[in-house]
Design a protein around this ligand. Structure first.
Ligand code: UD1
Ligand code: UDP
Length: 304
């Protein structure tokens, strides 16, 4: 079969890294990168490190409002689907790239396979929740990670289309854990200087619109982390780099190491070596669980 896979954001590259080689053993895969994440350390680094095949189409669409970004992606993905005429479209997760892919494929009556289906936060103000609900309902095969996801799918009348397959993030964690040691991690400060990793540290990621869209929410997180008994390593998502730098200039969070985003091998090495994890990332919560680390979530809602 000919499958068009659509990716665009960091967590999708990680899942594609474990799925694409398996898929290509029996099928032809055409990889589409929407361009949603585009900095070297948010995109290309993952393709290089994780040996992900080069995208066949890069749409170069990023930034703007949710509607603007999703709309532009919808227009361009439709063109690719009309050109490639695939037997199916494979989508990952809950980003705007996922939703655009689901809309484009369903209107062209191309069957959709959704990896990581069934997850729910039950929080309608969370943009990813809207993306995942719409994508699940437009999909023909829902590949679900957990029993809990299967229960949500059943509740929404999607049971007959759902299959419990396990979590590709777990497969990735097993495949790539231990590929590098903590001494191999090159941590760059936001000013571009090399930073030494302390013996004991907390690992923080915080990038969600709800936590980083205004000074006071982000300040509360940083203030709390700065007061802990060990340093915190915080690779900063480009979305909130300017805000972080401005807040740090004002409040001098001496106990926090602010760094550029790290690659996946480095990120799971930080997970495995940290004291605890504090995060608003769905993926990192699961990695903390895989590594049997204590994890505190900085979210208004719970990711099931
Ligand atoms: C997206 C996903 C979210 C995921 C997150 C991180 C949606 C709705 N959300 O949010 O589920 O947790 O990715 O993986 O799709 N930017 C850069 N360089 C980059 C990428 C982004 O500068 O390489 C900046 C752009 O100015 C952009 C902003 O960050 O406007 C936000 O990026 P966007 O892709 O819209 O959302 P994320 O917060 O990354
Ligand atoms: N991650 C990474 N580099 C970083 C921060 C996170 O590789 O600087 C990894 C992390 O280990 C996890 C994934 O990115 O595998 C989570 O993605 P993200 O937080 O961007 O999105 P979410 O999981 O919230 O959708």
């Amino acid at each position: 079969m000919k499958i068009v896979t659509i990716v665009g954001a960091r967590p999708q590259f990680i899942k594609a890294a474990v799925v694409c080689h398996k898929l290509r053993e029996k099928h032809t895969e055409i990889l589409v990168h929407t361009g949603q994440h585009y900095d070297y350390n948010m995109s290309e680094k993952f393709f290089e490190e994780l040996d992900i095949p080069k995208p066949d189409h890069n749409l170069g669409i990023s930034g703007g409002s949710h509607g603007e970004m999703t709309g532009k992606m919808l227009i361009e993905i439709e063109k690719v689907l009309l050109q490639e005429k695939p037997d199916g479209v494979l989508l990952y997760g809950d980003t705007n790239s996922t939703l655009a892919g689901a809309l484009a494929a369903s209107k062209l009556h191309i069957p959709i396979i959704h990896v990581e289906a069934g997850l729910r936060t039950h929080c309608r103000s969370n943009p990813e929740e809207l993306n995942r609900i719409c994508t699940d309902h437009l999909s023909d095969k829902l590949l679900v990670c957990t029993e809990c996801g299967m229960a949500y799918a059943k509740k929404e009348g999607l049971e007959n289309r759902s299959i419990l397959v396990g979590d590709p993030m777990y497969d990735a964690f097993l495949k790539y854990s231990g590929k590098i040691e903590r001494n191999d991690i090159v941590l760059l400060s936001l000013e571009g200087k090399k930073v030494t990793i302390p013996d004991q540290f907390y690992y923080l990621t915080c990038h969600r619109e709800e936590n980083t869209g205004n000074d006071s929410s982000l300040y509360e997180v940083l203030y709390a982390m700065n007061g802990l008994d060990a340093q915190t390593i915080y690779p900063v998502h480009p979305r909130n780099k300017n805000r972080v730098m401005r807040l740090n200039e004002k409040y001098h969070f001496k106990n926090i190491i602010f760094s550029e985003p790290v690659g996946y091998l480095e990120s799971i090495c930080l997970v495995n070596n940290s004291l605890k994890i504090v995060t608003d990332s769905g993926g990192l919560q699961r990695e903390a669980f895989f590594a049997k680390k204590k994890c505190i979530t900085v979210l208004d809602f719970k990711m099931a």
